[in-house]
Design a protein around this ligand. Structure first.
Ligand code: ATP
Ligand code: MG
Length: 562
């Protein structure tokens, strides 16, 4: 076992586990689990829980299971099961065992009979509505159900017949007999089993007409798996007394303990499966893996590296409060990771044609360009150059706005990245006065060398008109216009959806990147980080997703070249 006081990412959970390990609790064993319900795709909030559960197991030489908490046959399906497995692996984690809560249905059923025999559970015939009115409120105690004192034999008989499928949905439930006057509503005789006769479960088919409820299932699954530290989010704090009640009142093979931590909330997005489902079903986005979605599938398709998500979670930390985390924090992690790992390339998003009049018509050159300014191991690629090029329209003005302007202007000079210094001699305009082409000349002595007797500060990117390849560029931006969508009382959160979260343009890329595999990531110099879309990109007609913009791009490149 390792103790990890000095590690980054110290938090109160790590401190608790560390102390348990040192004190030999559970013989020093650490076993965690990540327990999603397969009723939707995982989102970045789940990443926090994944990193915490798998990370603690890793750091303490323990184990972490992936367990599907699948007690709701109506809302779950195998598509989600597969997506969740893929997402966890993509994040870089491997589970010890793959389990389903439904694996334990038989054990859970027997535990329920044990509770009945001990006089600690009863079959209740109140309707849903009646149950609600008997439950009381936060300020008023509940009232005992008229069925609360049913004899053990009657309860056993009725529960067995529930299992045999004799009764209709909603006609009866099994409840724990705890305390209808408890200040904690979770302890007011919570329901353990409900009847769902027609349901077909993705794992157990139609074997079960009764289904155990979440709290009961979750606790006992933890105990049956020998989980030592059951880490969950704060909203379960009030459920902990019930968690402990189950463990106290049943002969369980192990005694897990529950600890709660704050949920991750992130600016400019929503993180609840219910809302994310709405975005998909109402067509606000194009699916669960739409690159604007905060789902792991969307984030992956957008081009975020898994390393960036792990770093982000480390930086966010684990505390006892739910906070709204700045989007900038996530973006910084993404930029840091991509800066190190993404090869550089050139792409033009808003092409403006350039003709270099003193460059021979029939000539092309191939320049070897470094794929990464700081990492020679990433190698070089060949960049074609010819008389006709494209630069970005945003890199040209006829009259410079001020003395600091460093891009190309009429009669001004600029360096074409990886190539020559060119001067703009004249412009060609269309009937409406819009510049459609630049006529330039180049200085042949400036390949890899400064120009003679003058300084050229600006460097711009470009592509060869003859050899570049047309590419669809999907420019993604935040999905919502406000940090906390729908935060104002009475305001519909969907009213805060941004109309500009996706802008599509037709750009041009250098040939070296046009054939890159789906998912490949690049820094298009001065434009941002992009990746090849894994769904829609095809050879000959690549589609790039903008992962994230660059920060201070202009300054950076100038500093590097001069
Ligand atoms: P949602 O509220 O989005 O529907 P959920 O909590 O119902 O999510 P589960 O599938 O039950 O989703 O979640 C699996 C695990 O991930 C749980 O332990 C849950 O506490 C944790 N989790 C879910 N959302 C977050 C979040 N935003 N931050 C941290 N952990 C989370
Ligand atoms: Mg849940």
């Amino acid at each position: 076992m390792t103790t990890t006081d000095a590690k980054p990412g110290n938090n109160f959970i790590r401190a608790i586990i560390d102390e348990d390990v040192r004190n030999g609790v559970n013989d020093g064993r650490v076993a965690t689990r990540f327990p999603p319900e397969p009723n939707g795709y995982l989102h970045i909030g789940h990443v926090k829980s994944i990193c915490l559960n798998f990370g603690m197991a890793r750091d303490f030489g323990g184990t972490c299971n992936l367990r599907f908490d699948d007690t709701n046959p109506d809302r779950e399906n195998p598509e989600y099961v597969e997506a969740i497995k893929e997402d966890v692996r993509w994040l870089g984690f491997e589970w010890n065992e793959l389990r389903y809560a439904s694996d334990y249905f038989e054990n859970l059923y027997r535990f329920a009979e044990d509770l009945i025999r001990a006089g600690k559970a009863y079959v209740c015939d109140l309707s849903n509505e009646e149950m609600r009115s008997y439950r009381g409120t936060l300020t008023e105690p509940g009232r005992d159900s008229p069925y609360r004192e049913r004899a053990v034999e009657d309860n056993l008989d009725l529960f067995r017949r529930m299992r045999a499928g004799e009764f209709e949905d909603g006609s009866r439930v099994l409840r724990a007999k705890i305390d209808m006057a408890s200040p904690n509503i979770n302890l007011r005789d919570p329901t353990l089993y409900r009847i769902r006769r027609g349901a077909v479960h993705h794992q157990t088919g139609d074997a079960w007409p009764v289904y155990p409820l979440y709290d009961y299932t979750h606790t006992l699954s933890d105990a049956l798996e020998g989980i030592t530290h059951s880490l969950c989010t704060l909203e379960f704090e009030d459920h902990r007394p019930l968690y402990d009640w189950f463990l106290d009142n049943l002969e369980v093979p192990a005694r897990p303990r529950q600890y709660e931590f704050g949920r991750l909330n992130l600016e400019y997005t929503v993180l609840s499966k219910r809302r994310l489902t709405q975005l998909v079903e109402e067509g606000h986005v194009q699916g669960w893996d739409d690159p604007r979605m905060p789902t792991i599938a969307g984030i992956r398709r957008r081009g975020f590296p898994p390393q960036a998500l792990r770093d982000f979670c480390e930086r966010v930390g684990v505390t006892k409060s739910d906070g709204l985390v700045e989007l900038a924090m996530l973006e910084n992690s993404v930029r840091e990771s991509l800066d190190l790992t993404a090869p550089r390339a050139m792409a033009v998003l808003d092409p403006l044609r350039v003709v270099i009049e003193n460059y021979p018509e029939d000539r092309t050159e191939e320049f070897e360009a470094a794929n990464h300014p700081k990492d020679p191991r990433m190698g070089t690629r060949s960049v074609p150059f010819s008389r006709e090029l494209y630069i970005d329209r945003g890199d040209f003005v006829e009259v410079p706005p001020n003395r600091k302007y460093k891009r190309l202007a009429l009669h001004g000079e600029v360096r074409l990245r990886n190539a020559y210094v060119v001067r703009c001699d004249r412009v060609i305009k269309d009937g409406e006065g819009r510049v459609v082409e630049l006529r330039c000349s180049y200085d042949p002595a400036t390949l890899g060398a400064g120009p003679e007797g003058r300084k050229v500060k600006g460097v711009i990117h470009w592509v060869c008109a003859r050899r570049s390849i047309g590419a669809e560029m999907r420019l993604y931006d935040r999905l919502f216009t406000v940090p906390n969508p729908g935060a104002d009382k009475g305001r519909d959160w969907k009213a805060d959806l941004s109309p500009d979260s996706l802008v599509t343009v037709n750009g041009l890329v250098e040939p070296a990147v046009a054939a890159a595999a789906p998912g490949s990531r690049f820094q298009f110099e001065r434009e941002g980080y992009f990746c090849v879309d894994s769904r829609d990109s095809v050879p000959g007609r690549p589609v790039f997703n903008r992962t994230i913009t660059l920060r201070d791009t202009w300054q950076k490149i100038v500093a590097r070249e001069s």
